[in-house]
Every structure is written in structure tokens, then in C-alpha cells.
Design a protein around this ligand. Structure first.
Ligand SMILES: NC(=O)c1ccc[n+]([C@@H]2O[C@H](COP(=O)([O-])OP(=O)(O)OC[C@H]3O[C@@H](n4cnc5c(N)ncnc54)[C@H](O)[C@@H]3O)[C@@H](O)[C@H]2O)c1
Length: 448
């Protein structure tokens, strides 16, 4: 029987010499950039994904993600160090396995680890001594040790003895040009020293800084702490927006001025609510786990409630502003600018824009949308009925046709000047018209 020290030393050498073969399970927003970064650092990487269309597009060198440099995927494939596959057998060759599958909420809005457990069962089929398995998907503290590990160990291999197990939360910020996979410090955690050393060594090959923590659960908790911090602060600034408006104060101006304080303050900006795969989901995982261990997180829960209600509040506000112009919401035509959950990404997961559109239509309004990233509305989990609608071209004629234009997402490549010129009423949740110096006719622009 091979002893753990020899397995550890062999993998350590293979990682140090960039001879370790890497497989990423999941080639989505997180897995693909990670796989490319690892291959660009000189490792041989195979991306495993169940989505055969995506696998084919990647192997054909297509850009796949809109904000990637044009040839990034093509160059990686051409280098011979990166390919994609839908065949689980590629796991047999891997020395390092990175799990980057979705961790959404269930229908009951509770943590849903079904993709992690499915990926774990596939990995378990091919698991062999000496492999390092790293979970990157966001999970609740304790999940790697109590959900992933037992599945991997089902065929008799033991974590920390036969294979190595670690957790390293993904901190990717899609579309952020300032911070990349290499420059964002990487949290690495494991329950045994060898796994901790190996995961640290692995990421040190291509990330400028690693931050080792003492356990799997600590690494899992770091991610939830970061996202819950954002959730609470976004709820706070949206609450301030409403209260300060009643005081005759512009919260945007307040945040801008407060942000000049060099310590003790961090700016968060108001908006139509929170979206994406991370910020709305992590606090649920944290709060659920807190209840599971007999504790509670009322501040986090209140922030979630506040954020969940944001689209409803906004729809009500749209009705009020339209009413002031003499238009009843039930007869109104509204153009929604931006359906992605944030600017400059082609991602509608948990997007508040869709929830708002839904509410406005439930109130009788007729809504269209414009989004340069979505010529056609995609199928989404929460609003499948909206799929197939086409993005409206942004011209003076089309804009003038609506009773109001609601800015839900402030994409960069939108012609806001045309909107400022032609719209009869602009409801701006992102302060984009002020930011672009297009607020000359203030009468028709309302920050909501
Ligand atoms: N997107 C972000 O900005 C972001 C940021 C930080 C953390 N995260 C976390 O990272 C994880 C992955 O998120 P994502 O945004 O990359 O998801 P995604 O939906 O973009 O991609 C997941 C991919 O995994 C594939 N997949 C699912 N099950 C599989 C399986 N069993 N085997 C192989 N492939 C499988 C899917 O086909 C899909 O292509 C989640 O836990 C998320 O919370 C996401």
C-alpha cells in the first residue's frame, strides 16, 4: 500500500514542476476563467462540463464569454494545454480536480447542493489515490466535510490519507477589469495539514497571494461572510435612499461625499435590488446553517427581506411617478433598460430587472426591454414565461413611444443620450444620467 507521505510528495513535485494535470468540473462563469488561468500558467487542463454545446463551442475556440479577450479561449485551445470534454473518464488522469458547479437555492429558497453531490458522485467513480480535490462552489460551513467528503469516500478511499481534500472559495467578479483570477487573493482551507499545503502550493503557482485558513469550514465561512456583508450594506443604502429622499437629500451625493472618508466607511450604491448567483444566495446559506446549528442571523435575514422586496417597492414607485404625469400604470408602456443583474455582463440570474418587469406587467403595464447583451430574453429559472421576447432597438422613435424608461442596469454601451433626448419620463435606479452628465432636463429624470 502506498503511504500518504509518498502520495503527498509526488503530488507536491508534480504541482511545483507544473506537471500536474488539472480537471475543472463545470465550465461556467467561474470554472472557465479558472481553467484558462491554470492552463495559461503552464498546466495541462481539461474542463469537464455536462453542457455539450458549451464544450463544443469551447473546443472550437469560440469566445464563449462576452467580456473575455477575443482570442483567449482560442489561444488556450491552440496551445494544446486546454480542452473541454463531457466524458467523466477525463477525471482518471487528473492530479488536481476543481469543482465549480452551481450552488443555487431550492424551490423552498434553501441551499441546494444537488449539483455538488452529482459532481461528487462522478468524481468518486474515478477517484484514485494521490488526487487533490478542491471545492470552489459556494457552500455552507461544514458542507465539504459532511456532504462532499462522504460521497468521495464511499468506495473506501480516505480524505487526508489516500486523497487530499480542500475548499477554496471563488471570488471572481465577472466583468471586473481591475481584479482578475490571478490578482484576487485566494483563500485556501483544509482539515489536514497535507491537503492545506497542497492546495496552497497549487494556487500559489498562478495567484499572486494565497491566504491559508485553518479548516474547510473556515474557508467556506469566509465566502459567506463577504457576500453577507455586501447584502446587508446594499439593503442599508437602499433603505437610506428612501428615507433620505423624504428628507429632501440625494443619497447618491451623500454616498459620494461619505466615500471621501479615508477610514471606517465603504461606499455601497442604491439600486433596483440584488441579483446574480452569489449575493442573493450566500446569505441564505449562512442563515440556514446558523439555524441548523441552533443560532440565528436576524440582521442578515432582515437585509434579505429588504432586498427581496426592492422590486415590489420599485414597481410601486414607477406607478406613482407615472401617475404624476397623468398616466395610469395599467395603461402605461414602459421600456426597461438592462435586464442583466449588473452592468456589462450577460447574466440574468436572479436579476431584479426581471422581477420588476414581472410586477409592472402584473399591474397592467406593457413592458419591453433593451439590453445590448440580450437580443432575445433567455430562459430563466424564475421567469421562464418571459423567454423569447426581443430587445427593442434604441432610437429616438422607439424611445419616444414609451410613457417611461426605467433604467434597471447601467450597461456601458447604451446610448443614454438618445434616451435623455427622447424619453418623456426616465426613472433611473442607477444614477447613470447624473454620472454621464446627461441630467440637463432634470424634470423628466427621476432617481428612484
Ligand atoms: N458567477 C459568479 O460571479 C460567482 C462568483 C463567485 C462564486 N460563484 C460560485 O461558483 C459556483 C459556480 O458558479 P458559476 O457562476 O460558474 O455557475 P455556472 O452556472 O455559470 O456554471 C456551472 C457549470 O457547471 C456545469 N455543471 C453542472 N453540473 C455539472 C456536473 N455534475 N459535471 C460537470 N459540469 C456540471 C454546468 O453545465 C455549467 O456550465 C457557484 O457555487 C457560485 O455560487 C460564482
Amino acid at each position: 500500500m502506498t503511504n500518504v507521505f509518498s502520495l503527498y510528495s509526488t503530488l507536491k513535485d508534480r504541482i511545483s514542476q507544473h506537471e500536474a494535470r488539472v480537471t475543472t468540473v463545470g465550465l461556467g462563469y467561474v470554472g472557465l476563467p479558472l481553467a484558462l488561468t491554470v492552463s495559461e500558467a503552464g498546466f495541462c487542463v481539461t474542463g469537464l462540463d455536462l453542457n455539450t454545446d458549451r464544450v463544443a463551442a469551447i473546443n472550437a475556440g469560440e469566445r464563449v464569454v462576452s467580456y473575455f479577450p477575443e482570442n483567449r479561449v482560442g489561444d488556450a485551445v491552440a496551445s494544446g494545454r486546454f480542452s473541454a470534454s463531457s466524458d467523466g473518464a477525463v477525471l482518471a488522469e487528473a492530479d488536481v480536480i476543481l469543482i465549480c458547479v452551481p450552488t443555487p437555492l431550492s424551490g423552498e429558497r434553501e441551499p441546494d447542493l444537488k449539483y455538488v453531490t452529482a459532481a461528487a458522485r462522478t468524481i468518486a467513480e474515478w477517484l484514485r489515490p494521490g488526487q487533490l480535490v478542491i471545492l470552489e462552489s459556494t457552500v455552507w460551513p461544514g458542507a465539504t466535510a459532511t456532504v462532499l467528503k462522504p460521497i468521495l469516500e464511499a468506495r473506501g478511499l480516505r480524505a487526508g490519507e489516500d486523497f487530499f481534500l480542500a475548499f477554496s472559495p471563488e471570488r471572481e467578479d465577472p466583468g471586473n477589469e481591475k481584479y482578475t483570477t490571478q490578482t484576487i487573493p485566494k483563500i485556501v482551507g483544509a482539515d489536514d495539514q497535507r491537503s492545506r499545503d497542497l492546495v496552497d502550493l497549487f494556487y500559489s503557482q498562478f495567484v499572486t497571494r494565497t491566504v491559508p485558513v485553518s479548516s474547510l469550514a473556515t474557508a467556506e465561512a469566509v465566502k459567506l461572510a463577504e457576500n453577507s456583508f455586501r447584502t446587508v450594506n446594499i439593503a442599508l443604502v437602499n433603505e437610506m435612499k428612501v428615507a433620505m429622499e423624504a428628507m429632501g437629500v440625494d443619497v447618491w451625493e451623500v454616498v459620494k461625499a461619505a466615500a471621501t472618508k479615508p477610514f471606517g466607511y465603504m461606499p455601497f450604491y442604491p439600486g433596483p435590488g440584488i441579483g446574480g448567483d452569489c449575493i442573493p444566495v450566500s446569505p441564505v446559506y449562512l442563515s440556514w446553517r446558523a439555524r441548523d446549528v441552533g443560532s440565528s442571523m436576524p440582521i442578515v435575514d432582515l437585509a434579505r427581506l429588504n432586498n427581496d422586496q426592492a422590486p415590489d417597492l420599485l414597481a410601486g414607485r414607477v406607478a406613482i411617478e407615472l401617475g404624476k404625469t397623468g398616466k395610469a400604470i395599467k395603461d402605461a408602456r414602459i421600456l426597461i433598460l438592462g435586464i442583466a443583474y449588473k452592468k456589462d455582463v450577460e447574466d440574468t440570474r436572479e436579476s431584479p430587472a426581471l422581477a420588476i418587469l414581472n410586477r409592472l406587467e402584473a399591474m397592467g403595464a406593457a413592458c419591453d426591454f433593451h439590453d445590448p447583451y440580450f437580443p432575445v430574453m433567455p430562459v430563466t429559472r424564475d421567469h421562464p414565461d418571459l423567454a423569447g421576447r426581443c430587445s427593442v432597438a434604441l432610437t429616438e422613435g422607439t424611445v419616444a413611444d414609451y410613457d417611461a424608461v426605467l433604467v434597471a442596469t447601467d450597461h456601458t454601451n447604451v446610448d443614454y443620450a438618445v434616451v435623455a433626448q427622447s424619453a418623456s419620463l426616465i426613472l433611473d435606479t442607477r444614477n447613470v444620467f447624473d454620472a454621464k452628465g446627461l441630467s440637463a432636463d432634470r424634470g423628466k429624470i427621476v432617481k428612484v
